[in-house]
Design a protein around this ligand. Structure first.
Ligand SMILES: C[S@@+](CC[C@H](N)C(=O)[O-])C[C@H]1O[C@@H](n2cnc3c(N)ncnc32)[C@H](O)[C@@H]1O
Length: 253
């Protein structure tokens, strides 16, 4: 895993960066309506602090919320209560529980080591879906870097009790690297600093439908889950596993 989301970055992400999941939630909830209708189980990958999880739970879904970062899982447990389970789970090689839907937002798969690892994760996700199961995830396309060619290389956000400075570089066409520095105010008024380096792998997402078809999942790659515009270069993979729902036993949380 590249990009650790240790305690401080996990908290700053929680405090200031829930807007992406909020924007994606209506479209994803609409895609999940058939799953809700049969009380299916939703597996969320890279749930972070639960920004999407809380929408899923509020809509009445049974959710298993997972993330590779233990600090993120703890935040999700605290801030998005009501899921069936919260688990530390790192893609691509840890086994996934069977589910009637797999969802993931915030380009979680783009944090994997390389393109073969992303392919392995997509295969594992397809394998976790029951017949008729729904897939909805976003990840970075190769165009993600090009779309930011003229963007400011550094960004900062300063709040009363926390601040974040993020700088990016594109060392090669398929890598987008962020250097992230966080500051959190301690109870004595001093500031604690942490630094993380996140490498995102950019891929040609147009080949995802054929890859998933080999795993019995029909999917499309598009610019959004619903009506929300995703950031440029981020794509929504939406699909379903072939077969009629109900022909196999439902997964238990
Ligand atoms: C940009 S955050 C998005 C979090 C959350 N989904 C949201 O939208 O707020 C990316 C998340 O992916 C998680 N992640 C990174 N690599 C992962 C991996 N190999 N397996 C599972 N989760 C991973 C990180 O810990 C982090 O919580």
């Amino acid at each position: 895993m590249t990009g650790r989301y240790r305690r401080d970055l996990a908290l700053v992400h929680h405090l200031g960066f829930g807007f992406h999941a909020d924007a994606c939630a209506p479209g994803i909830l609409a895609l999940l309506e058939p799953v809700l209708a049969r009380n299916g189980l939703v597996l969320e990958l890279g749930c972070g602090s639960g920004a999407l999880t809380r929408h899923l739970v509020a809509a009445g879904h049974r959710v298993v919320a997972t993330d590779a970062s233990p600090e993120m899982v703890e935040l999700a447990r605290e801030h998005a209560p009501g899921a069936d389970d919260y688990r530390v789970l790192a893609l691509p090689d840890e086994p996934l529980p069977a589910a009637h839907a797999v969802v993931s937002v915030g380009h979680v798969l783009s944090y994997l080591r390389d393109e073969p690892a992303i392919d392995r994760a997509l295969g594992a996700i397809a394998g976790a879906l029951t017949a008729g199961g729904v897939l909805a995830l976003d990840l970075c396309d190769l165009t993600y870097a090009e779309a930011r060619r003229h963007a400011p290389v550094a960004n900062a956000r300063v709040e009363a009790d926390w601040a974040i400075v993020s700088r990016f570089e594109v060392p090669s066409p398929a890598r987008f690297v962020r250097h992230i520095t966080t500051f959190l105010r301690e109870s004595d008024g001093s500031w604690r600093r942490d630094d993380e380096r996140h490498v995102n792998v950019l891929i040609d997402t147009s080949r995802i439908p054929s890859l998933l078809r080999e795993h019995r999942v029909q999917a499309t790659v598009g610019p959004s889950f619903g009506d929300e515009p995703l950031p440029e270069g981020l794509v929504a993979v939406v699909g379903g596993r072939v077969g009629r729902p109900g022909l196999e036993p439902g997964p238990e949380a």
